[in-house]
Ligand binder design. Structure first.
Ligand code: NAD
Length: 478
């Protein structure tokens, strides 16, 4: 059994403490490896290394910084299979999806590298004769990146890519559930002789290393992806030093199915969005609103489609549609939400219990009909292969129900009517709306949640500029 270390200043180094965290395969319960339960001192050392490296990194032309990112992307592409297997083993997604995640990670780094020559400032008209006003965009310094477990490898790049191309350096704390893929990432940095100190990885728990990173006075921005509850704690820790926060939090995406929609298309999209990664995706359809006149046909088709999903150990069987949930707590939450919906009057169309014949945290593909807006399964993030369905009569009602939510990440609507689609675009109060499709978002878009789904956002030009601060220079001629 392997015992991994932190990665600081280009080297694997032991923690100053003795605590270890066990990493478990959620499909079998087997122990995979351990990582350090890092101390505040470990975090401080990583931040110090990132701080020293940042000063010279910032002076490199962006085109040079881009070359390093492209080399890293190339290295990742050469290692898709071993990295994908590590992700599947510790996180439980299918091997096919893990391969897509690794390839997408490489593409994301290439995309961010392309921004090197495109970072622009502004020239602003002055009120004074002979004066020029220049707005420069400068790096922030050291970025703290805290990751969840659901797309653990990609999220390293979503934080490190824009951080590095803009002249920042970064300290990353992976999720304690899925740290092994981050170790693989660091092994590639070593093989590449990547400049030391630019990307540092400190393992540990949220309340320990995570809190130390978020509350450090020596980082310029904390870039966090995870649940809204933890996001609130991270924001509070950052507030102590007025540190900038960028928070990508949970979602409760509504999918609205109008009676005129292509029902087969909507069923296919909603089902696949709900079982991909076992339903553990922030922008998956988490609740479905179907117009009453099409409800019977839609629900019949959805039930058939969901029943047709196969789950199993994704490391052993490449043909399964989904694997286990991440851990016992994730499984219990799904069980609780389904149980309380049934108690409150929902009807079980299919599923509703632990995956049969398996020892991991599997949950059957589940559809609940007759749900209402006050049920926890309709209000809280489920993060499992469960679809609650609610009927509505007209678009006004559907939009009101969809918007009645503390989260505001993504939303979708299925219709053939352009006016209906346009009204939904104008009235759905979410950071993203998909018309006639479900997730995922594009790297050139802007993934940003409203309300409790986050502060700031990621991807594209707007995501990149989150990693820059402005510097305005007034230059007076005499
Ligand atoms: P989580 O909030 O439990 O943990 C996320 C990270 O925060 C982990 O690394 C954890 O160790 C750390 N952490 C925990 N307590 C902390 C503290 N007090 N201070 C600092 N760090 C702390 O989330 P999770 O279960 O890993 O991930 C699932 C959640 O992430 C879901 O809510 C999902 O919607 C969300 N998510 C959002 C996006 C997005 O782009 N909006 C993407 C992926 C996941």
């Amino acid at each position: 059994m392997k015992k991994f270390e932190n990665f600081i200043n280009g080297k694997f180094v032991p923690s100053n403490g003795s605590g270890q965290i066990n990493v478990i395969n959620p499909a079998t319960g087997a122990l995979i490896c351990t990582v350090p339960d890092s101390t505040d001192q470990d975090v401080d050392e990583a931040i110090a290394a990132a701080g020293s490296a940042q000063r010279s990194w910032e002076t490199q032309p962006a085109a040079v910084r881009a070359r390093h990112l492209k080399a890293l992307a190339h290295k990742i592409r050469q290692n898709v299979e071993p990295i994908a297997r590590v992700i599947t083993e510790e996180q439980g997604k299918t091997l096919g999806l893990a391969r897509v995640e690794v390839e997408f990670t490489a593409e994301y780094l290439e995309y961010m590298a392309e921004w090197g020559r495109r970072i622009e400032g502004e020239i602003i008209e002055s009120d004074r004769p002979g004066e020029s006003i220049f707005l420069f965009r400068r790096p922030i310094g050291v970025i703290g990146g805290i990751l969840p477990w659901n797309f653990p490898f990609f999220l390293i790049a979503r934080k490190a890519g824009p951080a590095l191309i803009t002249g920042n350096t970064i300290v990353i704390k992976p999720s304690e559930e899925t740290p092994h893929n981050a170790v693989k990432f660091c092994e590639l940095l070593v093989e590449l002789d990547f400049p030391p100190g630019l990307i540092n990885v400190v393992h540990g728990r949220g309340s320990g290393a995570g809190h130390a990173l978020a509350s450090s006075p020596n980082i310029g921005m904390i870039n966090f992806t995870g649940s809204a509850d933890t996001g609130s704690k991270v924001m509070a820790a950052a507030a102590k030093n007025i540190t900038k926060v960028n928070l990508e939090l949970g979602g409760k995406a509504p999918a609205i199915v109008m009676a005129d929609a292509d029902l087969d298309l909507s069923v296919k999209a909603i089902k696949s969005s709900r079982i991909i990664n076992s339903g553990q995706v922030c922008n998956c359809a988490e609740r479905v609103y179907v117009q009453s006149s099409a409800a019977t046909e839609f629900v019949d088709k959805l039930g058939l489609a969901m029943r047709d999903s196969r789950y199993g150990d994704p490391s052993l069987d490449e043909t399964v549609d989904y694997g286990p949930l991440i851990n016992e707590a994730g499984y219990r939450k799904v069980e609780r939400l389904v149980g309380s919906a049934l108690k409150s009057g929902a009807t079980l169309l299919t599923g509703g219990k632990r995956g049969q014949g398996t020892q991991g945290y599997y949950y059957e593909p589940t559809v609940l009909t007759g749900c209402n807006q006050s049920m926890d399964v309709v209000r809280q993030e489920i993060f499992g292969p469960v679809i609650p369905v609610i009927e509505f009569d007209d678009l006004d009602e559907a939009i009101a129900l969809a918007n009645d939510c503390e989260y505001g990440l993504t939303s979708s609507i299925y219709t053939r009517d352009l006016n209906v689609a346009l009204r939904a675009c104008q009235e759905l109060r979410f950071g993203e709306t998909y018309i006639n499709r479900e997730n995922f978002e594009a790297m050139q878009g802007f993934h940003a949640g409203w309300r409790k789904s986050g502060v700031g956002g990621a991807d594209g030009r707007h995501g990149l500029y989150e990693f820059l601060q402005t510097h305005v220079v007034y230059m007076q001629r005499y």
